[in-house]
Design a protein around this ligand. Structure first.
Ligand code: HEC
Length: 379
C-alpha cells in the first residue's frame, strides 16, 4: 500500500425522494464539491443541487463564431485572391452561394468542438482512472441505488461532519473512498507524451489507410490539386486539335465581357440616336473626364473647348465645342466622333477607353454649361 489519499465520503440512499432531499440538504449546508449518482435520470436533481446552466454553451458559441469566420474567410480568400473567376456575372465574393458552406462549417465546428471540450475539460479525457471506478459505491448506484458523495477538496470538508450529515439524511451505507496518488491522476492527461504519441499514431494510421484504400485499391487520386489539372497554356501547342493551335478563335458573334460591339460605323445619326451615356454626372466622373480631355483633346480643342489650338498651325484648328450645333448634339453623336473621327480629326478609339470617352463627354458638357452660364446656375 502506497500513500492512500482520501477522495470523498460516499453515502447510499434507498429511494429517489431521499436522494432528492439529500441533494438539497447538502447544497444548503454549503458544500460545492459534491455529486449525485443515480442509475437513471431523476427529475428535479439538478434543481435540488442548485445547478445553474452549464458554461459549455460558451465554448459552443466560440466554436460557432470561429466556424463562421473560418468559412467566410476561406471563401473570401479563394474567390478574391486564389481563383478570382467571373461566374455567371456574379461578384467575386457573392454571399448567397457561400451561406450553405458557412452554415455547415459553423454547425460542424460548434458540435465537434463542444463534444471535444466536454470530453477534455468536463470528463477529463483521456484520464480513465477515476477514484470511484470499481468501488462498491459505483456498482450500487449503477444498478438500483442512489448515491451522494462529497469530495475531500471541498473547502468545508470535515470527514466526521460529512459522515454525520449523510447519516442524518438517511444514508444506509457510508464509505470513505481513498485513491493511490501514484496511479490515479485527477488532472486530464491530454498533454502527456503517452497520449500525444497515441494520437499521432492514430492519425498516421487513419491517413495511411485512407490513402492506401483510395489510391491503391480504388485507383482514385486522393489529393487532386486544382493547380495540377490538365490544361493548355497560352501560346502552346495542342495535341488535340488537328491544326495544333492551342489558342482558338472564339466562335463568331462572341462578345467579350465589358466590350459592347459598336455597329454604327458610317452612321453617326444612328449612333447619336441609339447610344446613351452610361456614366452619371458625379464630381468623380467629371474629374476623370477632365483628366482625359486635358491629355487627349486639349492640344487641338484648347483647355476650354474653344478650338484655339496649342499646335500653332501644325494642324488645322478645330471648330469650337460651344457652337449651338455641338450643344444640341446628343452624347452618342460626340461619342461617335471620338470613336470614328471626323474629316481631319482622327479616331481616338485606340487611345481613349470607352469609359474615358463617356467621361470626356461629361466634361465637355460641363465646359459648355460653364461657357453659357445662365443666371440660375450661380444660385
Ligand atoms: C489633332 C487635333 C485634335 C484632337 C487631339 C481632337 N480633335 Fe476633335 N476635332 C479636331 C478637328 C480639326 C475637328 C474638325 C474636323 C472637321 O473638319 O469636321 C474636330 C472636331 C471635333 C468635334 C466636332 C465639332 C464640330 O463642330 O463638328 C468634336 C465633338 C470633337 N472634335 C471632339 C473631340 C474630343 C472629345 C477630343 C478628345 C478625345 C478631340 N476632339 C480631340 C481636331 C482634334
Amino acid at each position: 500500500m502506497q500513500n492512500k489519499v482520501l477522495y470523498s465520503v460516499t453515502g447510499i440512499f434507498q429511494t429517489p425522494d431521499s436522494i432528492k432531499h439529500a441533494a438539497k440538504s447538502i447544497a444548503d449546508a454549503g458544500y460545492k464539491r459534491y455529486d449525485i449518482n443515480t442509475p437513471y435520470p431523476v427529475h428535479g436533481i439538478p434543481k435540488a443541487m442548485g445547478m445553474t446552466i452549464s458554461k459549455l454553451g460558451y465554448f459552443t458559441l466560440v466554436f460557432g463564431l470561429s466556424g463562421i469566420a473560418l468559412a467566410l474567410g476561406f471563401t473570401w480568400i479563394i474567390t478574391n485572391i486564389i481563383y478570382p473567376l467571373v461566374q455567371g456575372g456574379k461578384p467575386f465574393f457573392a454571399l448567397p452561394p457561400f451561406i450553405p458552406i458557412t452554415f455547415e462549417v459553423t454547425v460542424l465546428l460548434s458540435s465537434c468542438g463542444t463534444v471535444i471540450i466536454m470530453l477534455l475539460l468536463y470528463f477529463k479525457f483521456p484520464n480513465n482512472s477515476h477514484p470511484l471506478h470499481d468501488t462498491n459505491y459505483m456498482k450500487k448506484v449503477s444498478s438500483d441505488k442512489y448515491g451522494a458523495y462529497i469530495m475531500a477538496d471541498d473547502p468545508n470538508f470535515d470527514q466526521s461532519k460529512v459522515r454525520s450529515l449523510l447519516e442524518s439524511l438517511g444514508a444506509i451505507d457510508i464509505e470513505d473512498i481513498y485513491y493511490d496518488e501514484e496511479t490515479v491522476s485527477l488532472r486530464p492527461k491530454v498533454f502527456e507524451p503517452k497520449f500525444l504519441g497515441f494520437l499521432l499514431v492514430a492519425i498516421l494510421i487513419t491517413a495511411g489507410a485512407t490513402y492506401f484504400t483510395l489510391n491503391k485499391l480504388l485507383f482514385m487520386p486522393p489529393f487532386d490539386w486544382m493547380s495540377f489539372q490538365s490544361r493548355v497554356n497560352a501560346q502552346s501547342l495542342s495535341t488535340f486539335f488537328p491544326d495544333k493551335h492551342g489558342m482558338r478563335m472564339p466562335p463568331s458573334g462572341t462578345i467579350a465581357r465589358g466590350f459592347m460591339p459598336f455597329p454604327y460605323e458610317g452612321d453617326p445619326d444612328k449612333a447619336g440616336k441609339m447610344l446613351v451615356n452610361p456614366m452619371t454626372n458625379t464630381q468623380e466622373n467629371i474629374e476623370q473626364g477632365r483628366k482625359q480631355y486635358d491629355i487627349f483633346c486639349s492640344p487641338c480643342h484648347d483647355w476650354h473647348g474653344t478650338g484655339n489650338s496649342r499646335l500653332r498651325g501644325q494642324f488645322p484648328n478645330p471648330p469650337s465645342l460651344h457652337s449651338q450645333k455641338v450643344r444640341n448634339w446628343s452624347d452618342g453623336m460626340i461619342y461617335y466622333i471620338i470613336t470614328m473621327g471626323q474629316n481631319t480629326m482622327p479616331s481616338y478609339a485606340y487611345q481613349v477607353s470607352r469609359e474615358d470617352r463617356w467621361a470626356i463627354i461629361l466634361y465637355v458638357r460641363t465646359l459648355q454649361r460653364a461657357m453659357n452660364a445662365k443666371p440660375e446656375d450661380i444660385k
